[in-house]
Design a binder for this molecule. Structure first.
Ligand code: NDP
Length: 299
């Protein structure tokens, strides 16, 4: 069995930064990802809100990856992870059992998808799940935001900094967002709220042109340049569902302020844990703290 000091599950910004901190503390570190390095950064064209970086997210991924590889961290991309035993710290990767003293879970989350025709086809061609990242590309355009929770309403307000017109579509006739956020939406003259409106299909050519909706049982086309679904997120924690007390009611990993989980020597960082803000900056901060905690633990 191959041995490491730390195995990090997930090679997004949280996992890579955790690796940066463990490697700088001379811990033998393996980062494993079932996909390519970069995590959710790979879904965005640019990142504008990471200190000192405003531009291509691909560049940010390359820089983060090189930094940890230069320190000797091993990265297994596109790995087949068949089992994770958090108690015994054994991970089955590509048919091999790998053992460690500590595990950092950085498996991230994914936006809940609408599941309608055109959503996947126009992803990154007008369909976006990150207003902060992609909003500036919709300057003076018309966009549709979908959802009735805090995220949808807050992001609709944010998008009016760029878009000329924001339609806010909600499937019911009342929002579930906090009243204060609802008041902000009502005050914003660039947002038009459409209740009882369900997206049916996204159409376009090389980019989004139309959103077909069903409003009060009438189907019609809306001419929009962008579609922003904010209908909740889904954590990548399916493999941990049998660990008692490990997840909260929504499936996110419970952590304390040191990012410790309910299992000794197992930490959770980034979007997969129960937290209020899920951004690159918060993910990297989590990674740093968990990496540091592992260093203390392995002294
Ligand atoms: P929520 O689960 O709160 O809201 C999801 C919204 O999407 C709901 O209005 C829901 O409709 C709608 N929806 C779900 N599935 C579909 C679908 N298939 N088609 C159309 N609409 C759909 O998610 P959020 O991401 O907004 O928020 C998650 C959590 O984070 C919440 O607890 C929220 O309060 C919190 N949050 C807090 C913030 C803050 O405090 N500043 C900022 C952002 C989020 P319906 O209402 O009918 O169920």
């Amino acid at each position: 069995m191959k041995n490491y000091d730390v195995i990090i599950l997930g090679a997004g910004p949280a996992g890579l930064t955790a690796g940066l901190y463990t490697a700088r503390n001379n811990l033998k570190t393996l980062i494993v990802d079932t996909n390519s390095v970069g995590g959710k950064l790979n879904s965005y064209i640019s990142i504008e809100n990471f200190p000192s970086h405003s531009g291509s997210s691909e560049d940010l991924v390359s820089k983060m990856t090189k930094q940890v590889e230069d320190l000797g961290v091993e990265i297994e991309e596109f790995a087949e992870v068949t089992d994770v035993d958090l108690y015994n710290k054994v991970v089955e990767v590509n048919g091999n059992s790998i053992n460690s003293n500590s595990i950092i879970v950085a498996t991230g989350s994914q936006p809940r998808k609408l599941g309608i025709e055109g959503e996947e086809e126009f992803s990154s061609k007008g369909v976006s799940y990150c207003a902060t990242c992609d909003g500036p590309m919709f300057k003076d355009k018309t966009v549709a935001v979908i959802g009735g929770g805090n995220s949808a309403l807050e992001e609709a307000c944010f998008l009016t900094k760029f878009a000329r017109k924001v339609y806010l579509l909600h499937r019911r006739d009342e929002f579930r967002a906090d009243q204060i956020v609802q008041d902000e939406v009502r005050k914003n003259i660039n947002i038009e709220v459409l209740f009882n409106t369900v997206p049916v299909r996204i159409e376009g050519d090389d980019k989004v042109r139309r959103l077909i909706v069903n409003q009060n049982d009438i189907t019609r086309a809306m001419f929009v340049d962008g579609v922003f679904p904010f209908i909740g997120i889904v954590p990548n924690t399916e493999m941990f569902k049998d660990y008692k007390g490990f997840l909260d009611g929504a499936g996110f990993i419970r952590t304390n302020s040191f990012l410790e989980t309910s299992v000794p020597n197992v930490y959770a960082v980034g979007d997969v844990r129960n937290t209020a803000l899920r951004q690159v900056i918060t993910a990297t901060a989590d990674g740093a703290l968990a990496g540091y905690m592992c260093a203390l633990e392995n002294k």
